[in-house]
Design a protein around this ligand. Structure first.
Ligand code: 6PG
Length: 227
């Protein structure tokens, strides 16, 4: 069952989430030379990434960063997850081992297969830690409700479409990739997420309706929420 930390405000959210992530990284590096961490984009995790960048206990020279998903936009777009993570974390830490971004100059299907091939070169578990968010529609990474990518069992990266009035092509890790991890941490901010959170953790419902349900079989999930 996931461990839920309901925090009262952003400061408590950032401190407790960043503290848990730092403790995981420091502990995991006692037993491994390097770590592989997949980061989500969106807005909720950004202050946590900034706090991690300032944490002197983390040896970033032993951390490889990957993307859990990406918007299919130019890397210098303010929509780019690469750009957000570069700005709030990567540009602020010395000697990060590597940040494997998704080069959106490639066309989507080619880019998905390039990133898939990169991930397939790694040992198992693919990731030591995956950091995810939750959308108000119950999506996580860029796995949206009713998407064919929810059924993907073999490929680790898929091309999806963010639905709605302003559809957007996305690249996303699939459930086989997200679940091939030692730990998953969710960073969820915003009262508008409360119905999705209740559907996600509640009885009944389907992965097709609430995609985040697709990772609930993972044995080590920690959730941080804030209004
Ligand atoms: C993205 C994210 C996405 C995000 C949720 C929540 O590319 O947008 O990976 O899955 O985690 O949409 O986004 P917020 O944190 O901005 O609410």
């Amino acid at each position: 069952m996931p461990i839920l930390h309901k925090t009262e405000n952003e400061a408590e959210f950032v401190n407790s989430a960043a503290g848990s992530i730092r403790d995981f990284i420091v502990g995991a590096l006692r037993g491994k030379k390097t770590l592989r961490i997949a980061l989500s984009g969106g807005e909720s995790p950004l202050p946590v990434y900034a706090a991690l960048a300032a944490d002197k206990q983390i040896d970033w020279s032993r951390v490889h960063l990957f993307l859990a998903d990406e918007r299919y936009v130019p890397l210098n777009s303010n929509e780019s997850n690469y750009g957000k993570i570069e700005k709030t974390l990567v540009s602020r830490v010395k000697n990060l081992r590597r940040f494997y971004h998704m080069n959106t100059r490639e066309e989507p299907a080619k880019l998905a297969s390039l990133y898939d091939a990169l991930l397939k070169q790694q040992d198992s578990p693919l990731f030591d830690l995956v950091i995810l968010g939750l959308g108000a529609d119950g999506h996580t990474a860029s796995l949206f409700p009713h998407s064919a990518a929810l059924l993907e069992k073999r490929r680790l990266v898929a091309v999806t479409q963010k639905p709605g009035p302003d559809p957007q092509t996305r690249l996303t890790l699939t459930f086989p990739a997200l679940l091939d991890s030692a730990k998953i941490i969710f960073l969820i901010r915003g009262k508008e997420k409360e119905p999705a959170l209740a559907r996600w953790l509640g009885e009944g419902g389907t992965v097709d309706e609430t995609p985040a349900k697709g990772v609930l079989s993972h044995p080590d999930i920690e959730i941080f929420t804030a209004p």
